[in-house]
Design a protein around this ligand. Structure first.
Ligand code: GLP
Length: 258
């Protein structure tokens, strides 16, 4: 396995900087696999929450290739989905998870957030119950260009959210990012709402593996590590998690003071 160029603590979180996105993703995937193996060894099963997006592509590819991992003991949930979007839409996070994870490994279960459910409040309640059934051993959590975790953009992020999953309004920066990544033809095509696990749900996961490569994330990474712990940068809350690991490449780490 590749070694990090540097490792340091940011609050309770550990930060690892690698020379490339590929290396960061490979090491993050091995750490993720180790958490899942250990949960299976202890309880006979493991539960994970998977985030999507372009930044997670190398990570998930490395994870599905992990050796000695009994996928039939792993239950997968996801972090967020656009409201009103069919699971067949090319930008759908369900399609991302189906093609990159659920079709590739024999999961015990893949629980999708049905973003196009007729009653989204009922869908939030259903998914909230599912989340509460057992601890989440590992959350694989990306950070958006605006510092979001899940779809908790700065205007809607609440570190004391009373619910596990909610309907959120997406901010302009978040919607623009999705166009920039090539998922939509223009900003008007990006849905205005989504369903997202909330900040307490994310922080409540037993282990967090956060893979955040690329230059476009450099400012969000600086705010996450060096800014105040504030919903102005929702990912800053990750610094309060004692079992959070942040995997960066040289580009995403380029604005850090150390
Ligand atoms: C996305 C999704 C998350 C993801 C994060 C990083 O927009 N809401 O599931 O973890 O933001 O994704 P990306 O790789 O697109 O920057």
């Amino acid at each position: 396995m590749p070694s990090p160029i540097k490792t340091f603590a940011a609050g309770d979180m550990q930060v690892h900087v690698f020379s490339s996105k590929r290396e960061a993703s490979e090491v993050a995937a091995e750490a993720a696999a180790a958490i899942l193996r250990s949960a299976i060894a202890g309880r006979g099963r493991a539960r994970m929450v998977v985030s999507t997006g372009n930044s997670q592509l190398d990570f998930i590819e490395a994870l599905v290739r992990a050796r000695d991992l009994d996928w039939t003991a792993v239950e997968a949930l996801h972090l967020d989905e656009y409201a009103g979007m069919a699971a067949t839409h090319p930008a759908s996070f369900r399609l991302w998870l189906k093609t990159r994870l659920a079709d590739r490994v024999p999961l015990r279960a893949m629980h999708y957030v049905n973003g196009d459910a007729r009653d989204l409040d009922a869908e939030c309640r259903r998914y909230g119950h599912l989340l509460a059934e057992a601890p989440i051993d590992a959350g694989f959590i990306g950070i958006g260009e605006n510092g979001h975790i899940g779809f908790n953009d700065p205007p809607v992020a609440d570190f004391n959210d009373p619910v596990p999953i909610k309907i959120v309004r997406l901010d302009y920066a978040c919607r623009r990012q999705q166009v920039g990544e090539g998922h939509f033809d223009g900003i008007s095509a990006v849905p205005e709402h989504a369903l997202s696990l909330t900040c307490p749900s994310i922080v409540g996961m037993t282990n967090l593996i956060c893979c955040v490569p690329e230059l476009r994330k450099a400012k969000a990474v600086r705010d996450t590590i060096e800014g105040p712990i504030s919903t102005a940068c929702p990912a800053s809350i990750l610094r309060t998690h004692p079992r959070a690991q942040l995997y960066l490449d040289l580009e995403s780490a380029s604005l850090l003071a150390r």
